[in-house]
Write a protein that binds this ligand. Structure first.
Ligand SMILES: Nc1nc2c(ncn2[C@@H]2O[C@H](COP(=O)(O)OP(=O)(O)O)[C@@H](O)[C@H]2O)c(=O)[nH]1
Ligand SMILES: Nc1ncnc2c1ncn2[C@@H]1O[C@H](COP(=O)(O)OP(=O)(O)O)[C@@H](O)[C@H]1O
Length: 198
């Protein structure tokens, strides 16, 4: 059990969390833990693949390791989901807001590998989510939410534990993800000792 790890991918809307989770799935066969939400699905999102989309009532019936409100909707993840993913693979991923990432770091210690994703200019995030095709009303609600403003900054509680990845240039991001995965698989997992590509 101790050798099992969960890569917790966190950061603001549009920084590339889902893209990184997909990269880890495709290149390292790391299953992504699917979380629950009351947010309506976006254009291409599918039930049980992107999220377990819930009604407010069905959301309340589940048992959560942690749950948060984000830009007016509920999100939550369960121990069952984590253990189910660990049955399939020693390495798994989950995409969380920074409050969830802080909880995972606290509850799971060094079994949680925290990847904090950021970009040089937060304005690029608005363009990215528009290109992604998000509903414009929800984009406005999202980027003016206190949760968004909080998640563009690395939380103090994660300062010594998170790998900080700048996702401006995807080729550089991929190289850095590969370096981190090797670091973790070799049992080091010391963010401050790993020199990432600039
Ligand atoms: N704490 C927590 N955060 C979650 C969970 N599921 C998704 N999130 C986060 O909730 C935020 C909003 O997610 P979403 O509506 O899909 O928008 P996104 O930021 O564009 O991915 C993101 O930061 C997600 O990482 C969860 O179960 N717990
Ligand atoms: N390095 C990058 N440069 C440009 N666009 C990117 C980069 N990484 C991701 N994207 C795009 O930005 C949009 C938001 O990425 P996504 O992974 O959905 O973000 P998040 O899950 O953090 O909200 C997507 O359309 C994605 O293809």
């Amino acid at each position: 059990m101790k050798n099992k790890k969960v890569f917790v991918i966190t950061g603001a809307t549009g920084v590339g969390k889902t893209t990184i989770a997909r990269y880890l799935q495709e290149n390292y066969h790391m299953p992504r833990i699917i979380t629950h939400t009351t947010r309506p699905p976006r254009n291409r999102e599918k039930q049980n693949i992107d999220y377990y989309f819930e009604t407010p009532a069905s959301f309340e019936e589940k048992h959560y390791l942690e749950r948060v409100a984000y830009a007016g909707f509920q999100y939550g993840s369960s121990y069952e989901g984590l253990n189910h993913a660990w049955e399939k693979s020693d390495y798994t991923t989950i995409v969380l807001d920074t409050a969830g990432a802080v909880t995972y770091a606290r509850e799971l210690g060094n079994q949680a590998v925290i990847l904090f994703i950021t970009v040089a200019h937060p304005d690029t995030l608005i363009e990215r989510v528009q290109v992604r095709g998000d509903n414009p009303d929800l984009v406005t609600r999202r980027i003016t939410s206190p949760e968004f403003l909080r998640d563009v900054k690395l939380p103090e509680a994660l300062e010594n534990t998170a790998y900080v990845i700048k996702n401006d240039d995807w080729a550089i991001t991929k190289t850095n993800i590969d370096l981190i995965v090797q670091d973790v698989m070799q049992g080091r997992a010391l963010p401050h000792k790993l020199k990432l590509k600039e």
